[in-house]
Design a protein around this ligand. Structure first.
Ligand code: ASP
Ligand code: MG
Length: 425
């Protein structure tokens, strides 16, 4: 008898019907002889609605109170799910993150899990219960305040519990059939991936793929917990994310040369214009940004004009941090020394990911050829060993993703990818 952790996202439990459907699935897993721990997100767009509500009463709600508010969303779904399971004649108990032993640091709204002590969950399981745990939340170690793990954090809760309980697998149920070679909302011919390594999955997540959060995959890799991403709306096998390829039938799934194409339109570009081309300039720009606790992504420095000795430095960052970055740079203008700042939030990033590009020459050339054939202009380029990314105009992103997807032979011949629910919000 094994222990399975299952996580259901907001779109899977969007209404009473959804909750009843999910309850049936959970009971199936229990009937198959497993101990079952379920992590659940807030129903549908509840979290967004609670944030909207908070902003109506205060433009900048206090982090502690916002966490108190948001965790209510998961409390609603966990209690309803436990009721629905009991109604099917099985024992179930719901637990808040704090009751489940999810201990975090005290950074409100984006806390990190530092320990999981699932004593009460073990006891509940030993007594024959299905344990339902509220995702995305914990309790801070020092102040004992309620914290949240950041948007989409329920996946991380699930993997952390799976690690602490030594589960065989962490199943993440969502509104698509697994991880696809591109976002099925953009590429109708995207293919479901049967198996993907932690490394490629991490790179896809870092490049804007939303199906799994980077932090969750990082956690799974650290504790070597296989993740099975699948749909709660279909009975299909989904995508396995693990360190070793899985067997399917009697053959091993091969490592693909290219895992997929990710895109991201949540970033903006800042160009610092007229920076003196001398040592220490980049350092003081990025020190300023780091002191404002902003994470940046790509960086490009232009060739300096010989006549002026001045250069431009561009970098990308999350749009949400744009204001803060501009303010910090302006405040430090005399210290850094630059002419002006340009802010551009009409950009998008397209990334091609695959460990196979390390050993297959020509991937970069084919990537740029595909973009040029599609008439897409490139503004910034960055690469890692297993990824190539470019920044383009935001309006070109969908076209570019489809062009690259086709050029690398990733288009499926058969059925189109299905998106079962959710607003993609
Ligand atoms: N309900 C939270 C959110 O919408 C957490 C989650 O869904 O994982 O971000
Ligand atoms: Mg959600």
């Amino acid at each position: 008898m094994g222990l399975v952790v299952q996580k259901y996202g907001g779109s899977s439990v969007a209404d009473a019907e959804g909750i009843k459907r999910v309850a049936k699935r959970i009971v199936e897993a229990k009937k198959n002889g497993n101990d079952v721990v379920v992590v659940v997100s807030a129903m549908g767009d509840t979290t967004d609605e609670l944030i909207d509500l908070a902003e109506q009463v205060s433009p900048m709600p206090a982090g502690r109170e916002l966490d108190m508010l948001l965790t209510a969303g998961e409390r609603i779904s966990m209690a309803l799910l436990a009721m629905a399971i009991k109604n099917l004649g099985h024992k179930a108990q719901s637990f808040t993150g704090s009751q489940a032993g999810v201990i975090t640091d005290s950074v409100h709204n984006k806390a990190r899990i530092i320990d999981v002590t699932p004593g009460r969950i073990r006891t509940a399981l030993d007594e024959g219960n299905i344990a339902i745990v509220a995702g995305f939340q914990g309790v801070s170690q020092d102040k004992k305040d309620i914290t949240t793990l950041g948007r989409g954090g329920s996946d991380t809760t699930a993997v952390a519990l799976a690690a602490a309980l030594d589960a065989e697998v962490c199943e993440i149920y969502t509104d698509v059939d697994g991880v696809f070679t591109a976002d099925p909302r953009v590429v109708k011919k995207a293919k479901k991936i049967d198996w993907i390594s932690f490394e490629d999955m991490l790179e896809l997540a870092a490049s804007g793929s939303k199906v799994l959060l980077h932090r969750c995959v990082e956690y799974a890799r650290r504790y070597n917990i296989p993740i099975h991403v699948r749909s709660s709306f279909s009975g299909l096998q989904g995508t396995w994310v693990s360190s070793e390829p899985i067997e399917q039938g009697d053959k091993q799934v091969e490592q693909a040369i290219i895992s997929g194409v990710a895109h991201d339109t949540s970033e903006a570009k800042i160009t610092v214009v007229g920076v003196p081309d001398k040592p220490g300039e980049a350092a003081s720009i990025f020190r300023t940004i780091a002191d404002a606790e902003i994470n940046i992504d790509m960086v490009v420095q232009n060739v300096s004009a010989a006549s002026t000795g001045l250069t431009d430095i561009s970098f990308t960052l999350p749009k949400a941090e744009g204001r803060k970055a501009i303010d910090a740079l302006e405040k430090n203008r005399s210290g850094i020394g630059f002419d002006s700042l340009r802010y551009d939030d009409q950009i998008g990033k397209i990334s091609l990911v695959g460990a196979g590009m390390k050993t297959n020459p020509g991937v970069t050339a084919d990537f740029f050829t595909a973009l040029s054939d599609a008439g897409v202009n490139i503004e910034l380029i960055s690469t890692s060993e297993i990824r190539i990314s470019v920044v383009t105009r935001k309006d070109d992103v969908a076209e570019a993703v489809r062009a690259v997807h086709t050029a690398f032979g990733l288009d499926s011949e058969s059925d189109e990818a299905v998106v079962y629910g959710g607003t993609g919000r």
